[in-house]
Design a binder for this molecule. Structure first.
Ligand code: FAD
Length: 234
């Protein structure tokens, strides 16, 4: 199929793929790995120059996610770097799933920086082309595939395109797919701050709402703040 890949003007595309995935976050990385294992010619286009994240984001994995990661045999890569714990809950009530019929009857505490780093390491072992530091600016679909325009003026050609480019997905909007729902009725703010004193840690519900402090573990190395969850300062 590679030799037949042509752009919308009928020119043979030099950089064609079976599937182009826009976005190399957790979703795009996982899909790329699964497609590569299935023998599909797949490429990721990611605008971030590296896998680093500026903030903490997600703090771990639930049991079902660990089961999914077990299928291609990579669950241990995550388990060996995180902290196993009973983390399931509903409406503030903790649920102990240690008697559930699964090999992974627990959750895992592991920051998203590490989750993405481990996934990217797995993808790098597979036949996945990774276009890093490149941003998709538009897509055009025709009868035989999709042209993918990049910010640097170049383009890719794909039989199929998948948008894994986050909540404000350019691919979703360009494909005319709506994101229906209701206007938000509440908002949340997350801040990573330095404090002079140790605050009381944990979640509170009181007159000003639901709020709390959690701790990011860090150490000073060569005068630099290095977070143990792998995040960067600033
Ligand atoms: C501040 C914050 C806190 C969060 N806290 C939690 C939490 O506590 N628990 C939890 O479970 N989840 C949390 N999340 C959500 C979690 O981070 C997301 O669910 C997860 O990152 C979604 O993964 P994804 O791969 O679908 O999308 P993303 O992680 O958004 O990845 C999309 C990727 O696409 C790339 N991209 C976007 N547009 C383009 C383009 N045009 N061209 C090329 N590349 C592009 C982006 O650079 C990005 O790497 C938090 C998110 C944020 C922002």
């Amino acid at each position: 199929m590679d030799g037949d890949r042509r752009d919308s003007d009928g020119r043979a595309a030099t950089t064609g793929h079976g599937v182009v995935i826009v976005g190399g976050g957790p979703t795009g990385l996982m899909l790329a790995g699964e497609l590569a294992l299935a023998g599909v010619d797949v490429a990721i286009v990611e605008r971030r120059a590296s896998q680093d994240l500026a903030g903490s984001r997600a703090g771990g994995l639930h049991s079902r996610t660990i089961e999914i990661l077990d299928q291609p045999g990579i669950a241990d890569r995550f388990l060996s770097q995180g902290q196993v714990a009973q983390v399931a809950g509903f409406a503030g009530t903790r649920l102990d799933i240690s008697d559930f019929p699964t090999r992974h009857n627990y959750g895992l505490g592991l920051w998203q920086n590490h989750i993405e780093r481990i996934l990217a390491g797995w993808v790098a072992e597979l036949a996945v082309t990774f276009h890093r530091g490149r941003e998709v600016t538009g897509i055009a679909q025709d009868d035989t595939g999709v042209d993918v325009a990049l910010a640097d003026g170049q383009s890719l050609r794909a039989d199929y395109l998948v948008g894994c480019d986050g909540g404000r997905s350019l691919v979703r909007k360009a494909a005319g797919i709506e994101f229906p729902g209701w206007d938000p009725t509440m908002s949340a703010l997350i801040a990573e701050v330095e404090m002079a004193d140790q605050p009381t840690l944990g979640i509170r519900n009181d007159a000003i709402g639901t709020h709390g402090f959690g701790k990011r573990e860090y150490e000073i190395r060569d005068g630099e703040v290095v977070y143990k969850d792998g995040g960067r300062y600033g």
